[in-house]
Write a new protein. Structure first.
Length: 302
């Protein structure tokens, strides 16, 4: 969560605390005495479940105490909680209030979250305002804001601008942007088609758990696009995506079992088609009906 990291728990200034247990007891004393930084850190203990059982509601109570004393990290995480209903009742107005305070103190992550609110919240949606916050957050060093601003460029067909930001975000460690950039190099949006670069970027994203990159990498192997056809590798990548909930990958695995790409198994194919249909993939319906008829016919004949 941006600058809000568990490691903050161990950053206790001007102390000789050597263990998390000692840190907690010492910080709790300071927090009860009104120390804003200690209050924030006690909130972190509860938020991340260190030393105490994780409890985001209790965490928010400590963050409120700290945020009301103008501590920027507490304002940021509290804004996040109100934005998402995380340990508190969802309240976008309160989220904006705390995030604006944090952004005013230089929190790039708070600025990024404000952009998300104005991009996606149904009651606050304002494209111009969202874009402004993203640009501001980018200037403050937010990698996440680059990816989301790039998405907005994609929506308006400004592909070169989008690709530039995706590549910047990728260089800063955003693996989601590897998938986005790969897609652009595959189809030549804002650039020349480059299957080698697209494949390598999909592979990087897929290896880091990005579901759609896993599906697309499977497609590269299945269709022998840039690489040699490898049904086994295709299946393995489709399976990774399917296990993450990709309806398209579930459908594709169903097809592979239906067609006998590895081995033909109508019952297994049916299971995958049903999973795909449950996740909204409409093409599966026809195969489900056909396979059920085939299996019923086989059952009657025997």
């Amino acid at each position: 969560m941006g600058s809000i990291q568990t490691k903050e728990l161990f950053k206790v200034a001007d102390s000789n605390i050597n263990s998390i247990d000692d840190a907690y007891e010492d910080l709790l004393l300071k927090a009860n005495e009104g120390d804003s930084r200690a209050q924030y850190l006690i909130g972190c203990f509860y938020y991340y479940g260190r030393k105490v059982e994780s409890n985001h509601t209790i965490a928010s109570q400590w963050f409120i105490k700290s945020a009301n004393q103008n501590l920027v990290d507490a304002q940021t995480i509290l804004g996040y909680q109100y934005m998402n209903g995380d340990g508190v009742l969802k309240d976008i107005d309160k989220a904006i209030k705390f995030l604006e305070k944090a952004q005013g103190q230089g929190s790039a992550y708070a600025c990024f979250l404000l952009g998300k609110i104005y991009q996606f919240d149904k009651d606050k949606k304002n494209r111009f305002t969202a874009s402004g916050y993203y640009v501001w957050a980018i200037e403050m060093g937010s990698t996440e804001a680059k990816r989301y601003r790039a998405d907005m460029y994609m929506e308006t067909g400004e592909y070169k601008e989008a690709l530039n930001l995706y590549v910047q975000a990728l260089k800063e460690g955003c693996v989601e942007s590897a998938y986005n950039a790969a897609n652009m190099f595959e189809y030549g949006r804002g650039c020349e088609i480059n299957d080698e670069l697209a494949f390598n970027l999909y592979k990087h994203a897929a290896e880091n758990g990005i579901m759609m990159a896993q599906h697309n990498l499977g497609a590269y192997y299945y269709n022998a696009k840039f690489v040699q056809k490898d049904i086994q590798k295709a299946f393995e990548w489709y399976l990774k995506a399917a296990e993450q909930g990709s309806a398209m990958s579930q459908y594709t695995i169903g097809l592979m079992y239906f067609n006998g790409d590895l081995t033909q198994d109508l019952e297994v194919a049916l299971e995958w088609f049903k999973k795909s249909q449950e996740n909204g993939y409409k093409k599966s319906k026809m195969y489900i009906q056909d396979i059920e008829q085939m299996l019923n016919k086989t059952y009657i004949e025997h």
